[in-house]
Design a protein around this ligand. Structure first.
Ligand code: MRU
Length: 336
């Protein structure tokens, strides 16, 4: 069980990450102490998944002070703004930057800036590991005996600092004999399900069927799915959630087929500044992602596309939200 790999790691004043754009065919790790390299890795989705993005940004800010170990507000703001500009939807990014900001502005002249920032990033990372474990445990009550679960995108070790969110729930339930089989949506256009979730399930020896996103409704009609669990990039206080595009489709077809639809996320994904889905910004990505599959063109020229990277799931389509603080149902009162 569980052949080892990791998505992000801090070691010996360096940040190490696996390039998720090349998985599963190439397992390549990069080591850097350059914040700009980490920013580009987040933009290109070498590092991805809401919690992993936030943790990596925290390490990037800290590492920016490795060779510039002094209080320099303008430099801090420039570095933070660069990291904040990488991706707009996952609120964990802005949450982590805010934690770094609080610590930075609490420091005085005699403090070691680099050490304090690194320790903050490490504690954000450790906290996420704990949160993943709690989410996995808190999700167990949604299973009855031997369920077949469908999931979308990748919400496991690759997407977080720990075991994952939705995928951690599935893995924990599998260990306890509560899951028989996982249906994995391939997750077009970048195939986070088909490339990354399958990679993780394979390493854990958990049985799965990969399906194209458009097969989900028919699989449900055939009564092959007991429940759906996905992650989230931002959750509004009324329970509306943003997640990888295709999640809304799943929530709608779950409603039609009377199948429970759950979200699993750490409380750092809940944005108390968002009252509803209307306040959540949705990232639009470039046309090349849609005209190619893993860098192989399948159109004669580059067509114009509409490429929203996330969609919005209204709270009335969500059966429950699993966080490190527990399992929440409507009316949502997260108390963050
Ligand atoms: O564009 P990505 O791959 O970063 O999108 C990831 C997702 O949508 C995940 O479901 C979400 O970040 C939760 S990860 C635990």
């Amino acid at each position: 069980m569980g052949q080892d790999f990791f998505s992000i790691k801090y070691f010996d004043k360096q940040f190490i990450y696996i390039d998720q754009t090349q998985l599963p065919l190439i397992e390549e790790y990069y080591t850097t102490d350059n914040y700009e390299q980490i920013a580009v890795a987040i933009e290109k989705l070498c590092i991805r998944g809401a919690p992993a993005i936030g943790i990596s940004a925290a390490y990037a800010i800290a590492l920016a002070f490795k060779n510039h170990n002094l209080l320099d507000n303008e430099y801090f703001e420039n570095v933070s703004n660069r990291l904040a500009s990488t991706r707009p939807t996952a609120v964990n990014l802005f949450w982590a930057i805010e934690q770094m900001k609080k610590v930075y502005y609490s420091l005085s002249k005699n403090d070691n800036v680099f050490d304090n920032l690194v320790n903050t990033a490490i504690s954000i990372h450790n906290d996420d590991i704990t949160k993943c474990n709690l989410i996995a445990k808190n999700g167990l009550p949604i299973f009855s005996n031997k369920c077949t679960v469908l999931t979308h995108c990748n919400t496991g070790k690759l997407a977080t600092g720990g075991e994952g969110t939705a995928l951690a729930v599935i893995k924990e339930a599998y260990k306890r004999n509560l899951v028989e089989l996982v249906y994995v949506d391939e997750t077009r256009p970048l195939l986070q399900g088909g490339r990354l979730t399958t990679y993780e399930l394979k390493k854990e020896d958990i049985p799965f069927y990969m399906i194209t996103d458009s097969m989900a409704a028919f699989v449900m009609k055939q009564k092959k799915v007991d429940l759906v669990i996905v992650g989230a990039d931002r959750i509004a206080v009324n329970g509306d959630a943003a997640n990888k595009v295709g999640s809304y489709n799943l929530a709608v077809i779950c409603k039609y087929h009377n199948i429970p639809f759950y979200i699993a996320a750490p409380e750092t994904t809940i944005d108390k500044n968002c009252k509803s889905e209307n306040d959540i910004p949705i990232e639009e990505r470039n046309k090349f992602e849609m005209n190619r599959i893993q860098n192989i063109k399948f159109t004669k020229s580059i067509y114009s596309v509409y490429n929203p990277s996330f969609d919005l799931i209204p709270h009335n389509l969500i059966t429950g939200i699993i966080t490190d603080k527990g399992l929440f149902n409507e009316p949502y009162n997260f108390n963050v």
